[in-house]
Ligand binder design. Structure first.
Ligand code: ARG
Length: 466
């Protein structure tokens, strides 16, 4: 075939010796970059149209190339594509297969293009798709949480700081906290998309293509917001991948906290929630066990999301401009993070939908352990005592209650009056869980009315997608 040598490399003309098979295996990326094939084809079609626009292909040649690319695409989609490992990567596999199909005219497709701008293009097209899917997936998780929050409106639970009982909150308030975290995750991906959606093609190997390609038209053809303004930057830049990986790591961190809450709540010690059998597993040894493996693995996958970000950051550190083969190492971490995200997006919505909350236990726990001591202090504040003094007084009341093994509301009014003359009969109503919740009607607080409004706000956010 024209332009190739006996050992089949498209760049073989310069070489007289055959590649060492070990080196060949070592440098090949086909095993992992083959997943980029739909984007490689999309980019090649657009590039062929741009070549035609620049007068480098006739209408007939363009038609032949597009037809050939379609046939190649059908083989790839059907799983019948004859992958050739010696062709290193997906780009050269597709290009060679095109030549098999349409003959020498296929050899015109790579005019003015390099695998350096080609891979940058493929990765950007790929991520554009992935970000759309992630946005939809995270919305599904938000919707699942919103449904659970709505079903349980009004159910109190203990809120924690330092993992110690702190103040009562609504279960819905706790669940909605995650909805708002996930909203910021969606915003981060959306923001990243703005920088992903820039056309690198036409940058050539590093200096820009030497043919009269209309890059603005090419950008429009591929649905990009604009063409990259510097060819060296366009082939060297992987910060769009780093941004994606950091958004993924932060999302994974949020997921890990949700998973940690649920696994904690499912313990006998908490007893706040039960995983359905469908989302738990048993122990091979202990017959009584029901393990929250799914949630644990959601939490566990966070580690690789962090690791992948660090791997690519480290690969990119100190690389001289422009393209370097080191950058081929960006793909496995990227794909691994995408796979982890998509796996979690698949499993979390049904897991959340199948949880059973133990409403009685949550409500009972909300009231226990002096959870409304702050409200007792606030009561004194409303009667005019400076907060610091009120805090001091109530500290004494709590110590007394602990010593006499009683709940706050079980203390006789006479005892309370011994700590401050400001205590009166209305104090008991003020330290009920309901009053404690109702009092926090500030925007963002846990009062039932406020949470109802936050729920509406959350619904509106989850309703609008990318
Ligand atoms: N497989 C390469 C990568 O993943 C594609 C670009 C290769 N360019 C080159 N000149 N070797 O980055």
């Amino acid at each position: 075939m024209p332009g190739t040598t006996p050992h089949g490399k498209p760049w073989g003309g310069r070489f007289s010796g055959a590649p060492d098979p070990v080196a060949e295996r070592f440098t090949a990326s086909l095993a992992f970059d083959r997943r980029l094939w739909p984007y490689d084809l999309e980019g090649s079609r657009a590039w062929a149209r741009a070549l035609k626009g620049a007068g480098l292909l006739t209408a007939e040649e363009l038609a032949q190339i597009l037809r050939g690319l379609d046939e190649v695409g059908q083989e790839l989609a059907a799983g019948t594509f004859p992958f050739r490992a010696e062709l290193e990567d997906i780009h050269m596999n597709i290009e060679r297969r095109l030549q098999d199909k349409v003959g020498p005219v296929g050899g015109k497709l790579h005019t003015g293009r390099s695998r350096n701008d080609q891979i940058a293009l493929d990765e950007r097209l790929y991520l554009r798709d992935v970000i759309g899917r992630i946005d939809r997936g995270v919305r599904d998780i938000q919707s699942a949480l919103i449904r659970r929050a709505e079903e349980h409106l009004g159910v109190p639970m203990p809120g924690y700081t330092h993992l110690q009982r702190a103040q009562p909150v609504l279960l819905s308030h706790h669940l909605l906290a995650y909805v708002f975290m996930f909203q910021r995750d969606r915003e981060r991906f959306r923001d990243c998309l703005g920088r992903v959606n820039v056309l690198p093609l036409g940058s050539g190997a590093l200096a820009g293509t030497a043919f009269a390609i209309d890059r603005d038209a090419l950008a429009r053809d591929l649905g990009f917001d604009r063409a990259s303004p510097n060819s060296l930057d366009a082939v060297s830049d992987r910060d769009f991948i780093l941004e994606f990986l950091s958004a993924a790591a932060i999302l994974g961190m949020h997921w890990s906290r949700l998973a940690a809450d649920l696994t904690l709540w499912a313990t006998a010690e908490f007893g706040f929630v039960e995983f359905s059998d469908a989302f738990a597993t048993g122990s091979s040894l202990m017959p009584q066990k029901k393990n929250p493996d799914v949630a644990e693995l959601v939490r566990g996958k966070c580690g690789r999301l962090y690791g992948n970000l660090l791997a690519v950051l480290t690969t990119m550190k100190g690389l001289p401009l422009a393209y370097n083969s080191d950058m081929q190492e960006d793909k496995e971490p990227l794909f691994d993070s995408v796979d982890a995200l998509e796996a979690i997006l698949g499993v979390l919505p049904p897991l959340l939908a199948s949880l059973t909350f133990n409403v009685e236990r949550l409500a009972e726990a909300a009231a226990a352990h002096y959870a409304t001591a702050t409200d007792l202090a606030d009561y004194l504040v409303k009667k005019g005592l400076p907060f610091r003094q009120a805090h001091e007084v109530v500290g004494g009341v709590v110590r007394h209650a602990v010593e006499t093994k009683r709940a706050l509301e079980a203390l006789p009014l006479e005892d309370l009056k011994g700590f401050s003359p400001l205590f009166a009969a209305d104090v008991f109503e003020a330290i009920s869980v309901e009053a404690s919740l109702r009092a926090r009607a500030v925007r963002g607080g846990t009062a039932p009315e406020t949470v109802r409004r936050a729920l509406a706000e959350a619904k509106a956010l989850a309703a609008e997608g990318l």
